[in-house]
Design a protein around this ligand. Structure first.
Ligand code: ATP
Ligand code: MG
Length: 405
């Protein structure tokens, strides 16, 4: 009997994208293929509006669950179901349905949903529902059939000469496949907000390139390790390609020496944004991403955001601008970065922090002070001293030389 473990990846949002659909499907397939390279997979194929992962014959139930859990966190995946592909033989199909339902950890109610894509199989879907349903009722006498909102649906699908039977199903994180929306440069402190902001943009299909400004040589390099750890968490979903580390401690010291204390933070941030924009241009990225949220701290008032925005021409995406901290914390926990972000590290922004930061900075004033400083020279020095870490990101493409110019 040839019974093969399969995972079916559902991706309904992609279905809405008209003629882009096949491009999106191809991207999702290649992302999944690359992310699962270490797992025992025989092949990956698009079947009837889903992506089907065929597991090696020796793959265990645990491995199948591990694969499903991993794939559920990949942008573009709406749902992952695990089950079996078997022959179009009603006796085998009955046994397989029992096996598939045994794979579900806990449930009270179930129903069968049969579908027949090929009429060359003699039993129609209504009859299949009844036959398989009857077998399951006998095998699981303590469970109840429920047609509306059951805990589990046992799918029996007759497609292209085989039958796919699955019951275990977990929700995916949704969104769009990474690589369908271009590149974005994400400003990553080692704090709670920025990884969540990065992740939100990644979920809409962007390849993320991180930039971290460390206080080195004025502080230790702890934050660099924390952001690297965050990079590895994001890497599992295939969205994080590179991390640029920019040690700016000495420049912060010089800004602090020359700028009025209340304006220091706004000036650090304009300095950081401009460096990030230069990196974006090098990478061919079309936006900067930050974890700012309106009014959260002094630098995130409307006036101050206006002044920082004015230092660059690329758009700045702030996916958390309207989020409360508590919601951001919940999202960081779900993403798996909260623990890392909660560790203490001297942040370059806390270095030379003024006691009373300006909350209503004026652009002309800030620009006038900046004009007295060799900002462009400093920015170039930082760009020359950038350090780069790389992560596995299947859809990342190095910028073409012509784009770098
Ligand atoms: P976070 O949790 O992201 O650190 P925060 O509440 O500490 O947020 P700020 O320190 O004001 O807020 O930073 C706002 C945003 O500016 C961050 O979300 C991040 O995008 C960017 N940023 C701040 N510090 C750095 C840094 N050292 N390196 C790179 N980006 C930074
Ligand atoms: Mg911060």
């Amino acid at each position: 009997m040839s019974l093969q473990r399969v995972c079916l990846v559902h991706y309904h949002e992609i279905g809405l994208k008209g003629h882009n659909r096949s491009q999106f499907e191809k991207r999702l397939v290649s992302n999944i293929k690359a992310l699962l390279h270490a797992y025992p997979l025989e092949k990956i194929k698009r079947i009837s509006g889903r992506i089907c992962l065929f597991l090696d014959p020796e793959a265990t139930y645990e491995t199948a669950c591990e694969i499903a859990d991993h794939i559920a966190g990949v942008p573009g995946v709406a749902r992952v179901s695990s089950g079996y592909r078997c022959e179009q033989d009603i006796e085998i199909m009955k046994d397989t349905a029992v096996k598939a339902l045994h794979d579900v950890e806990s449930f009270e109610t179930f129903k069968v949903a049969a579908r027949r894509n090929h009429t060359d199989f003699p039993i129609d879907s209504m009859e299949l529902n009844q036959i398989v349903g009857a077998v399951l009722c006998r095998s699981f006498p303590e469970k109840k059939v429920k047609m509306k909102n059951p805990d589990v649906t046992v799918h029996v699908e007759v497609i292209e000469g085989h039958t796919y039977i699955y019951a275990r199903s977990i929700a995916g994180i949704g969104g769009l496949p990474v690589g369908t929306a271009g590149k974005a440069v994400c400003l990553m402190s080692s704090g709670i907000d920025s990884p969540v902001a990065c992740w939100k943009i990644a979920r809409r299909g962007a390849v993320c390139i991180g930039v971290h400004f460390s206080g080195r040589p004025e502080t230790v390099d702890t934050s660099e390790y924390l952001v690297d750890d965050i990079g590895h968490v994001l890497e599992k979903t295939g969205c994080f390609a590179k991390l640029y580390i920019a040690p700016i401690g000495s420049y912060q010291r010089m800004i602090a020496e020359m700028a009025p204390p209340p304006l220091r933070i706004v000036m650090y941030r304009r300095f950081m944004y401009q460096i990030a924009e230069k990196i974006a241009l090098l990478e061919g990225a079309k936006a900067l991403v930050t974890g700012e949220s309106l009014g959260q701290v002094a630098s995130q008032t409307m006036d101050n955001l206006l002044v920082t925005n004015a230092s660059v021409s690329l758009p700045i995406y702030r996916p958390l601008i309207g989020s409360d901290k508590i919601d951001i914390i919940n999202e960081a926990q779900a993403l798996g970065t909260f623990e890392i972000s909660s560790q203490d590290a001297p942040d370059c922004c806390t270095l030379y922090m003024p006691r009373n930061p300006e909350t209503h900075a004026k652009l002309e004033r800030v620009e006038a002070i900046e004009a007295e400083l060799p900002f462009d020279e400093w920015i170039q020095e930082v760009l020359d001293s950038l350090e780069v870490r790389r992560y596995a990101c299947p859809s990342y493409r190095e910028p073409k030389q012509s784009e770098k110019a």
